[in-house]
Every structure is written in C-alpha cells, then in structure tokens.
Design a protein around this ligand. Structure first.
Ligand code: C5P
Length: 291
C-alpha cells in the first residue's frame, strides 16, 4: 500500500449567521465557508491496527488517544465499510488548537479522505456525511473541502462559486475559546439568514462589499468572553491594505482579507513585529480564481 499525504485545510467562516436553536440545544447556522492553502498535514502509512502520532508546532495541545477525532474517524470508517485494515497516521499540527478555523474537524475530514484512498474504500456518500456529522458539526463541510454554503447545524452543505484570489491573514492570540461557552453566551440573540448571492462572487469589490454587510453572530459573545479577540480585530483593521476583518467560527482566530496574497504576506510580517506574542499566518483561498 502506498503512503498517502493530504492537507487538512484551515476553514474560514467568511460570515456566520446564527438563526435559531434546535430542541437538542444545537444552533442553526447559515455560513459561507472557505478553505485556505494553509493547513495541517496528515500522512497515512502501512501499520498494524490503528495508531496516531502527532508532531508540529501545536502538537502539545492534543492527545493521541482513542478520543482524538482522527482515530474516531478512522475507526468509524472501518465499521461503516466492514473492514479491519490497519494504518499508521501521523499529524503535523500547524493550525492552533480550539481556534475556530477547523482544526480538529479538518483533521477528521482529512483522515476520512486519506483513509478511503489508502484502503481503497468507496463508501456511500450519504453514510459518509452522516458519519462526519457525528464527529462534529463542521466535519461535513470540511469533507466537502471547497467553498460552500453551510446550513442546519452543519449538515446542509451546498457548493458556492469559486472565490476571488484575495490575500488572507489568519491571527490567533494563542488562547483557546470554548465553542459551547460562546454559543451559550449568545443567549438566544439570533439574527436573520442572509446568504450572499452568486453575483457577489464575480469580482473582489462586489465580494468584499457583500461580506461587509454580513456578520459573525458569535463575535460579540466571543469578545465578551475573551476581550483579546476585540484587540486582534482592531489590530487587523489597522494594517495597511486590510479590506475586511472578522472572526472565524466561535473564535478566537480572526482573519483579514487583502487585495492579493502578497499584501497579506507583508501584513503578516508587520503583525508579527507589532504583536510578537500572537500567531499570524498569511495564505490564500485554496482553488481561488485568479483576479
Ligand atoms: O459539533 P461540535 O463538536 O463542533 O460542537 C461543539 C459544541 O458547540 C456543541 O456541543 C454545541 O454546544 C455547540 N454547537 C452548537 N451548534 C452548532 C455547532 C456547535 O450549539 N451548530
């Protein structure tokens, strides 16, 4: 069996509208989700049973036991397909942990993709999406892996048009924010769904204008819990060429959008100098359309 290496792309919620809550407590969302070229790397090689090793700058924030989403994904995929094959999985963890940009969800989705390839499995797509949703509300959209409108609690994923090739700067205070705590702090302050129309993807100016009128409803509660999120947003907005600054997911990672990836790379250098205690990574949207 050939080893397989995949990128677990970081996920960015370009907007995130919380429109209601289900009886079981999960919140109903409407979000435009995109993926970046930056992400974790997952390598699958031949091995006895299922094993996981973790390296990279954020390895310390994780456990490699059976609760790890990657091992849960692997074991549930085996059950779904009725196989008992083995794999040695290595994760190179470069996405900060509990950061609102996919992290664990992207890793779980990458494990499903890589293992289907490695083990030559072709499970029913609906069953695989159900398995993904059981691992976490963001796992189905990460499995989709390209720009998507996400609705429901995360189970309704529909493709969105390709995004313009803007520069993306991700920043994180290296302080995790608890997703359940942020949803709780929203305290029922739901907003309307306001899906961006396809025409808004046509050019960068229309796209940025449409994003400006949309929201991340979890931003205010996250700022209340972790005021550093507000400080990061202000710092992003103060960077030369930053066209839009928002929080992703339930935080604490925030992103800035720039005219092109070069601008974002220069802004990352400035940001690292002015805020040496915070994490900054410039990137671009994966599969973006040249401007
Ligand atoms: O599904 P996931 O593990 O990503 O969610 C973590 C927690 O975030 C859930 O247990 C729930 O409290 C909250 N959540 C929510 N509505 C969503 C997604 C997550 O209330 N759509």
């Amino acid at each position: 069996m050939q080893s397989v290496t995949v990128t677990a792309a970081a996920k960015v919620n370009l907007y995130l509208h919380v429109t209601g809550q289900r009886a079981d407590g999960y919140h109903l969302l409407e979000s435009l989700v995109a993926f970046t070229e930056f992400g974790d790397r997952l390598m699958v090689s031949p091995g006895e049973g299922l094993s996981l090793t973790i390296g990279g700058p954020f390895a310390d924030g994780l456990t490699d036991g059976p609760d790890n989403l990657i091992l849960r994904a692997a074991s549930e995929l085996r059950d779904l397909c009725g196989v008992t094959l083995g794999a040695a999985i290595h994760l190179d963890k470069t996405i900060p942990v509990a950061a609102g940009i996919g992290g664990g969800s992207a890793d779980a989705a990458a494990a499903l993709t890589a293992l289907c390839d490695f083990w030559d499995l072709n499970p029913d797509r609906t069953a695989l999406d159900d398995l993904a949703l059981g691992l976490g509300a963001d796992v189905p959209v990460c499995l989709h892996g390209r720009p998507a409108h996400m609705a429901g609690i995360g189970e309704e994923v529909t493709s969105a048009p390709d995004l313009p090739d803007l520069g993306v700067l991700l920043v994180n205070p290296l302080q995790g924010v608890s997703t359940p705590q942020v949803f709780k702090a929203l305290n029922g302050a739901f907003g309307p769904a306001d899906r961006i129309p396809d025409a808004a993807f046509a050019d960068p100016a229309s796209f940025l204008a449409a994003l400006h009128t949309r929201r991340n409803d979890l931003m205010a509660p996250a700022v209340n819990i972790a005021p550093v999120v507000g400080e990061m947003l202000a710092a992003l907005e103060g960077l030369d060429g930053c066209r839009l600054a928002r929080m992703s997911g339930s935080g604490a990672t925030c992103f800035g959008l720039f005219d092109d990836p070069g601008h974002a790379a220069r802004a990352a250098d400035v940001f690292r100098t002015t805020h040496p205690g915070w994490w900054a990574q410039s990137t671009r949207f994966s599969g973006a359309r040249p401007i």
